[in-house]
Write a protein that binds this ligand. Structure first.
Ligand SMILES: [Zn+2]
Length: 258
């Protein structure tokens, strides 16, 4: 299984890294895509990827941190992007739920990083919360040439249909297991198999039966895989194989066999 979105660069998980990796490996997780959210966490992702062959990095500035975007940060991302173990630019996007950075600065950092991804020819991991209309409209008009992964998809059905039409990958996380999430379950059930990716977003978004417990960890990817498999009436092993193939298509630098 390929864990396509995890924050092993988060202090809580990093403190117990050998244990976190061992528990995940035991249940069949072979690769870990560690996603940056600011300059320091991106650097940490690259360092982790250099020290463990199972770990890969994604570098970028989250909309929460857009207020710290600068030319200097852009330059560091550009340098890291040349690293063979850096798979993508992310997580970047818009977050109008928490609005931790002013929206004009969110747009500025988002657009600058899309341009950077185009320049270095890497895919992009999108974070979008309470901004699906705005985010997808921008991507359709300004990023139609970039390979996209919509991390932790949480839009409506008509948003999902845009992703399917465009061939954008959709990451599915713990919320697929939450009781009131029938809309998401209907969407994931109808999503083309070749666009599905498994991710935990650990330490966040613990799946049932651990909902609300911090930290989440990648060993729980099986809960997400099994929930999707049951929903789609697919054997779990077949879903593992399909999503691993998908992950290698989504992140072309992810070459290792799972
Ligand atoms: Zn994340």
């Amino acid at each position: 299984m390929i864990e396509t979105h995890v924050h092993l660069n988060n202090d809580t998980l990093e403190r117990d890294l050998p244990g976190v990796l061992a528990r995940a490996t035991t249940v069949g997780v072979t690769d870990f895509v560690v996603v940056g959210f600011d300059e320091a966490s991106s650097e940490k992702a690259v360092t982790l990827a250099e020290t463990d062959a199972r770990i890969w990095a994604v570098v970028g500035v989250h909309p929460h941190d857009a207020k710290h975007w600068s030319e200097g940060v852009a330059e560091r991302l550009r340098t890291w992007a040349a690293h063979p173990r850096v798979l993508a630019i992310g997580e970047i996007g818009l977050d109008f739920y928490r609005d931790l950075s002013p929206r004009d600065l969110q747009y500025e950092a988002f657009r600058a990083q899309l341009a950077l991804a185009r320049e270095v020819a890497l895919p992009v991991v999108i974070h979008c919360r309470d901004a699906y209309d705005e985010c997808l409209a921008l991507l359709e008009t300004e990023a139609a040439d970039i390979a996209l992964i919509i991390h932790c998809f949480a839009g409506e059905r008509h948003h999902a249909e845009i992703c399917w039409k465009r061939g954008w990958f959709m990451g599915v996380d713990g919320p697929i297991t939450y009781k009131k999430n029938d809309t998401l379950r209907e969407i994931v059930k109808a999503t083309p198999a070749e666009l599905l990716l498994l991710e935990t977003d650990a330490p966040y978004l613990s799946p049932e039966p651990f909902r609300g417990k911090f930290p989440n960890e990648p060993a729980r990817l099986t809960h997400i895989r099994d929930t999707i498999a049951a929903l789609r009436d697919t054997p779990p092993d077949a879903l593992t194989a399909q999503t691993s193939t998908n992950a290698r298509r989504a992140f072309p630098r992810l070459l290792r066999d799972a």
